[in-house]
Design a protein around this ligand. Structure first.
Ligand SMILES: [Zn+2]
Length: 509
């Protein structure tokens, strides 16, 4: 009976709300607004939601609550209705909000495989409450495993999926090995029989371009549902060192591939990641100038000071000046990618919130359209106070905020173990750090799989020789793969397998 009543109430609410406007977000992807509205009403238990969606002003919304509890919302999008419901759940009775940034989101670099389904649901739920509308999906790393879950949970909150395509992994694997990037001695740099995150194709052996193009065609036909795609090159800076490529700058090694991608993917919304050694706007804007979107990655910045910290020639200033050049060069949406949780920091917060807030105020003035923060669920706890503030500041960038940065004093011991390991990555510190994590009652509160894997990569020679004393083929594969994500793609049950290997190695050390 209760179920029937719920359904009846739900149906009457849908009818009461009037027509639902079909909505198209700027990348051409249709958002099913009825799914978002149904979810908003599901959250507003016991309250009627009267929604008017104008289709104007992006996610702007205004609302008030009648004496009978009915929430009246006028919003640009269905997301705005959901945001009003979140405000009511927070105890507000009326409000009017306009975002400072039209794009607000996260990039959970890089693998979903280290998350459980519950963690993914929790992360996407946080995104809704932070009033975010975009998630960056690293397609080759754990996404397929959780695809249905991610698509479903994001649809409820109107979160747009942007597919981050490592061009080497997605397309470059169609290129024969003879045309892959080489070192100075002419030896292929890729250590395995396929290209992984750090590996590249040679930009001078033009015989590889045809297969690369076929690789793009084949990938896109296999993934016709990826409507918004971002072109990202191999991670890091291991460019090809063949005699011809050695004379080329980073952009010259990337543009031939980007141009092929751009031409083949003309039916999709295309985005470019501006990253590592390629901050200067290239001279050839024949395609880049037509891009719908650019994401500018600030990974190399000093995170303790604002990007405009000084008039001197700091790296921050260099990045900021290049950013303004990009703003002039592209007419489409320009977003910042801020490496907030920075995997390599092992979950220890290493940034200044004031600097981030100052950046938001400056970016808004400079016409930057959005912010994407590196955020994942594993090890998120100490970052939550800051994320709560930044999510508000993306709506009201000029407000003042109170920040309690050290909300988890019990984590000081963990921080100390990380600092000890980083200053001396020897066997003793490696063992101390990983033993703490393995013995922790809820080790998933830490990014322990990443930390276990990466600390073993980074330990000193003496510790490494001890680690390598194994005949177990899985352990060998674990120790010989450059990135955790690539390892996790090679094994069954990646979370369990990775955890088991870390435990096994620690037991024999
Ligand atoms: Zn080359």
């Amino acid at each position: 009976m209760k179920k029937v009543l719920t359904v009846l109430i739900f149906l009457s609410l849908v009818v009461a709300s009037g027509p639902v406007f079909p909505s198209v977000i700027p990348n051409g992807t249709a958002v099913d607004e009825s799914v978002i509205l149904a979810f908003a009403r599901q959250l507003a238990i016991g309250k009627t939601v009267e929604a008017k969606i104008t289709g104007k002003g992006q996610d702007c919304y205004e609302f008030d609550t009648a004496s009978d509890g009915t929430i009246h919302v006028k919003a640009g999008t269905a997301r705005g209705v959901l945001y009003a419901v979140y405000d009511v759940l927070d105890g507000k009775t009326s409000g009017k909000e306009t975002p400072s940034f039209s794009v607000r989101g996260i990039n959970p670099c890089e693998s979903f495989s280290r998350h459980t389904p519950d963690m993914i649901i929790r992360l996407i739920d946080r995104m809704g409450r932070w009033k975010m509308n975009r998630i960056i999906i690293h397609t080759e790393y754990g996404f397929e495993r959780y695809k249905d879950l991610i698509v479903r949970e994001c649809a409820k909150r109107g979160i747009e999926l942007v597919y981050y395509l490592y061009d080497n992994v997605c397309f470059g694997n169609a290129v024969p090995r003879a045309y892959w990037a080489v070192d100075k001695q002419g030896k292929v740099r890729a250590p395995h029989d396929h290209l992984e995150a750090y590996d590249r194709v040679c930009a001078s052996k033009t015989e590889g371009f045809g297969p690369y193009r076929k690789g793009v065609e084949s990938y896109l036909s296999k993934h016709s549902d990826f409507r918004h795609i971002m072109f990202a090159t191999a991670d890091g800076g291991d460019y090809c060192q063949c005699p011809e490529c050695s004379l080329k700058g980073p952009w010259e090694q990337v543009l031939p591939f980007f141009n092929l991608f751009f031409d083949v993917a003309s039916d999709r919304t295309r985005e470019l990641l501006v990253y590592h050694e390629r901050y200067e706007v290239p001279k050839d804007l024949s395609r880049i100038g037509k891009l719908n979107r650019v994401m500018y990655d600030l990974h190399s910045r000093n995170r303790m000071s604002a990007l405009t910290d000084s008039g001197k020639k700091t790296n921050n200033r260099y990045l900021y000046d290049r950013l303004l050049e990009w703003r002039k060069a592209v007419s489409g949406t320009l977003c910042i990618f801020e490496n907030m949780m920075m995997q390599g920091d092992f979950g220890v917060p290493n940034y200044s919130v004031e600097a981030y807030l100052e950046d938001l105020r400056q970016f808004r003035q400079d016409g930057i359209n959005g912010m994407i923060y590196e955020v994942y669920e594993t090890g998120i706890r100490p970052h939550l106070p800051v994320l709560n503030v930044l999510s508000k500041a993306m709506w009201r960038s000029s407000d003042q905020y109170q920040i309690k940065e050290d909300a988890n004093p019990e984590l000081q011991h963990f921080y100390r173990l990380v600092r000890n390991f980083k200053s001396a990555p020897n066997l003793e510190n490696l063992k101390a750090l990983n033993t703490f994590l393995l013995n922790h009652p809820d080790r998933d509160h830490f990014d322990w799989l990443y930390i276990g894997f990466t600390s073993m990569k980074r330990c000193d020679a003496k510790a490494k020789s001890k680690l390598s004393q194994t005949s177990d083929p899985l352990e060998k594969l674990f120790l010989e793969t450059n990135k955790l994500w690539d390892f996790m793609e090679k094994v069954e049950n990646p979370r369990e397998t990775t955890g088991r290997i870390i435990t096994k190695i620690m037991e024999r050390l």
